[in-house]
Design a protein around this ligand. Structure first.
Ligand code: ATR
Length: 279
């Protein structure tokens, strides 16, 4: 039986084992997929043990996505550019290849599930951490018109803009600069503010009824932003549950050469965690 796992800290509430088990049933590919609690200090040893025990692929989640990069003997171009890996595949000589399916998962969810046309769009990203970085690189691979990055700490936004190396399309902005700006086509919240019950302060005039508002997280972490976007009048508001399912499908395709159908498990998870849940 092919053996897979997800490593992270915390990991207890990860939906990945459930998603991959659904994919396994859908595609008739037998596999095991477990969640492994891996604090940063012991992760490298745990990964080596997983390799020795026959693990052939793994997902890597917070806070290990950058830490795992030097443990890979080979990296995809995308993982190399963003400096983060969320998918490991064991090669024949037992070394790890690192991919990053977070960015492609976001684009797949926006374009295929939610039918968002990104062509010529003005996009605003809130945040400049690891999640924002993956989203920004992936969005610039599409035909959006421009990308504005706004972050609580402006220096990090500037550093991300430099790394993106696309000065024609990429700008940074502070909240004060937004006074004269009109509504964006797409606003993506890539901050971790929601985890502490806060959210990035954003003037409501940047959101029009047809502005697509998307939070990269799901559940409680996305809730304040979802409520804010709705209050500002947005009608197309999404969280990152679909992105989670799509990044998993991309990883499954790397490991098994088959991209599973994702709607059934997405709908199942969505029914359990409605976008506007208030608990
Ligand atoms: P991740 O890997 O999830 O992106 P990260 O790299 O720690 O996590 O980045 C978190 C992002 O959320 C950063 O952009 C952070 O802003 P700073 O660079 O100023 O720290 C942003 N963030 C976290 N809490 C926030 C808050 N209360 N308000 C606004 N932005 C916040």
């Amino acid at each position: 039986m092919k053996r897979f796992a997800v490593f992270g800290d915390p990991i207890a509430h990860s939906l990945s084992p459930r998603i991959h088990s659904a994919f396994s049933k859908k595609t008739n590919i037998p596999l095991t997929y477990t969640a492994i609690h891996a604090p940063a200090a012991t992760f490298e040893d745990q990964l080596a043990e997983f390799n020795r025990d026959g693990g052939i692929g793994a997902n890597i989640t917070l806070p290990l996505k950058s830490l795992v990069v030097p443990m890979c003997a080979e990296l995809s171009d995308f993982a190399q550019r963003i400096g983060a890996v969320n998918t490991l595949s064991r090669r024949l000589d037992n070394h790890w290849r690192g991919d990053n399916t977070d960015g492609p998962g976001l684009i797949e969810d926006l374009v295929q599930r939610h039918h968002i046309n990104l062509y010529g769009r003005r996009v605003l990203i809130l945040g400049a951490g690891g999640a924002a970085r993956a989203a920004a690189f992936a969005l610039l691979e599409t035909n959006i018109e421009s990308l504005v990055i706004s972050n609580r700490t402006p220096a990090r936004a500037a550093a991300l803009a430099d790394a993106l190396a696309d000065p024609e399309r990429v700008m940074t902005n502070t909240v004060a600069d937004f006074r004269n700006e009109h509504a964006f086509d797409v606003v993506i919240d890539a901050t971790s503010a929601g985890h502490s019950g806060a959210h990035h302060k954003l003037p409501a005039h940047l959101i029009a009824p047809n502005t697509v508002c998307y939070h990269l997280s799901y559940g409680k972490a996305a809730r304040n932003f979802i409520a804010f976007a709705r209050q500002a009048g947005a009608t197309r508001v999404f969280d990152g549950l679909g992105m989670l399912v799509e990044q998993a499908a991309e990883a499954f395709a790397i490991w098994n050469d088959v991209r599973p159908e994702t709607d059934a498990i997405y709908n199942e998870l969505r029914a359990e965690a409605p976008l506007d849940a208030s608990d």
